[in-house]
Design a protein around this ligand. Structure first.
Ligand SMILES: CC(=O)SCCNC(=O)CCNC(=O)[C@H](O)C(C)(C)COP(=O)(O)OP(=O)(O)OC[C@H]1O[C@@H](n2cnc3c(N)ncnc32)[C@H](O)[C@@H]1OP(=O)(O)O
Ligand SMILES: O=C([O-])CC(=O)C(=O)O
Length: 441
């Protein structure tokens, strides 16, 4: 395996940090390993394990009121302190990836080097391109994405090394290599899917001197608009990580715990992200807004929006983009996107509609009385920004979320292997057994 020698590289910094963190976890467990940190009710068992503590996630922690903090830093703080592209105002996702992995804010040079490293690793093996090209145009972009990431298994250094036989201590090195390759290659996969389905099938070459978001925008065919590139930098940063229990993060971690490669683990996460209660909600939101406009016309009065919300609820459907498993206030990722819209597209009619729904939906959802959180989540806003710049194909939106999520879940996978995390295998019982258990309590 090629070892990078420059002292400032991410891999070298990580190698320096790992022994200390191994020691930290070892000491914590030796001192406190048998302390009780959580009690579980029967209801929690039947409601998606909500609130049960059972995972380790180093990169971020979610507070139900305040929202996400990445290594202790809020989104506005990250927007301030993370390096930007020359002339840019939004943080580069490269910087957040570095922060998630190391807990340290990278220098401008470290971020530029990371952009260059990902660009250098970006080329796709020809069989991946052929696989995508052979997908029927009716196959959902997320299914195509997951298929291509699964097929990248052919490139996994972890799987090859494991087959030969490697020391457990080296797992993280191969996981790191695979993760870096995956992150470098997912924009090319995402772009090929988009260009095949919605454009002329041709994908621009990677520009080796440009950042990750510019290259993705360019391969999609949108880089001429520098505001779109800025949007993508913000989008990829804020969608990256949302602690460990969300479906995509948990699925990636779970599959990785069987020592399936990062490729197979990420594909599992993407399959979870493709569900309408999770990442696919961003597609559902735009469709729902478009349908609302068709139904109620241009006169988007409060009464008409409220009636439309009620018609969704009375049809036994969820209002997409609203509610959350953990959050109990407006998602700060929604607010970051709203601020972007106020700056770049304040007069866009769809943005105005989103803003009006934001005024009305919480009240309607509260009156409906079911959801524990009547406020918007990240997915309530992202589509409206993309459509403004001409990326109107809403069934593609979750693919962009998936590119971003790769940068959030893979740092943890590297730490999982560095810390020797165990196979995940919680206990289950049948309802009959639970009846017996509660009778004895
Ligand atoms: C990136 C992300 O994944 S963010 C989330 C994206 N998903 C969405 O926006 C889809 C719409 N929202 C939802 O379906 C839910 O709020 C979820 C899936 C996000 C969270 O689910 P839960 O933690 O189970 O929410 P909660 O405990 O508040 O649910 C209680 C009830 O309210 C309902 N509810 C929750 N949110 C909504 C909503 N937006 N519209 C209508 N009903 C809702 C639930 O379906 C549930 O009904 P039930 O008792 O008939 O099963
Ligand atoms: O935290 C969750 O359950 C869902 C979510 O917002 C995310 O994964 O970004």
């Amino acid at each position: 395996m090629q070892q990078l020698t420059h002292p400032q590289t991410l891999k070298d910094r990580l190698a320096e940090l790992i022994p200390g963190e191994q020691e930290n976890v070892k000491n914590l467990r030796t001192e406190h390993g048998n302390k009780k940190i959580c009690e579980v009710t029967l209801d929690q068992v039947y409601t998606g394990m909500r609130g049960i503590i059972g995972l380790v996630w180093e990169g971020s922690v979610l507070d139900s009121e305040e929202g996400i903090r990445f290594r202790g830093k809020t989104i506005p703080e990250c927007q301030q302190i993370l390096p930007k592209a020359p002339g840019g105002q939004e943080p580069l996702p490269e910087g957040l990836f570095w922060l998630l992995l190391t807990g340290e804010v990278p220098s401008e040079q470290q971020v530029r080097d990371l952009s260059a490293e990902w660009a250098a690793r970006a080329e796709l093996p020809s069989y991946i391109g052929e696989l995508i090209d052979r997908c029927p145009s009716t196959l959902h972009p997320m299914a195509q994405f997951s298929l291509a990431v699964t097929a990248l298994e052919g490139e996994s250094t972890f799987s090859k090394a494991y087959e030969k036989g490697i020391n457990k201590k080296e797992y993280w090195i191969y996981t790191f290599e695979d993760s870096m390759n995956l992150i470098a290659k997912v924009p090319g996969i995402a772009a090929r899917i988009y260009r095949n389905l919605f454009r002329d099938g041709k994908v621009a070459d990677i520009q080796k001197d440009k950042d990750y978001s510019f290259n993705l925008a360019n391969m999609l065919g949108f880089a001429e608009n520098k505001d779109f590139v800025e949007l993508l930098r913000l989008y990829l940063t804020i969608h990256m990580d949302h602690e460990g229990g969300n479906v995509s993060a948990h699925a990636t971690h779970l599959i990785g715990s069987a020592l399936s490669s990062p490729m197979l683990s990420l594909a599992a996460g993407l399959n979870g992200l493709a569900g309408p209660l999770h990442g696919l909600a961003n597609q559902e939101v735009l469709r729902w807004l478009v349908k609302m406009k068709e139904t109620i016309g241009d006169n988007v009065s409060e009464k008409r929006i409220s009636d439309y919300l009620w018609s969704t609820l009375k049809a036994g459907q969820v209002v997409p983009g609203y509610g959350h498993a953990v959050l109990r206030k407006t998602d700060p990722r929604y607010m970051a996107q709203r601020e972007f819209a106020l700056k770049y597209l304040p007069e866009d009619p769809m943005f105005k509609l989103v803003s009006q729904v934001y005024k009305i939906a919480p009240r309607v959802l509260a009156e409906h009385g079911k959801t524990k959180n009547p406020y918007p989540n990240v997915d309530a806003h992202s589509g409206v920004l993309l459509q403004y710049y001409g990326l109107t194909e809403s069934n593609y939106y979750t693919v962009l979320f998936g590119v971003s999520r790769a940068l959030g879940v893979l740092p943890q996978l590297i730490w999982d292997r560095a810390l020797g995390m165990s196979l995940e295998r919680p206990k289950s019982f049948s309802t009959e057994m639970y009846k017996k258990i509660v009778k004895k309590l």
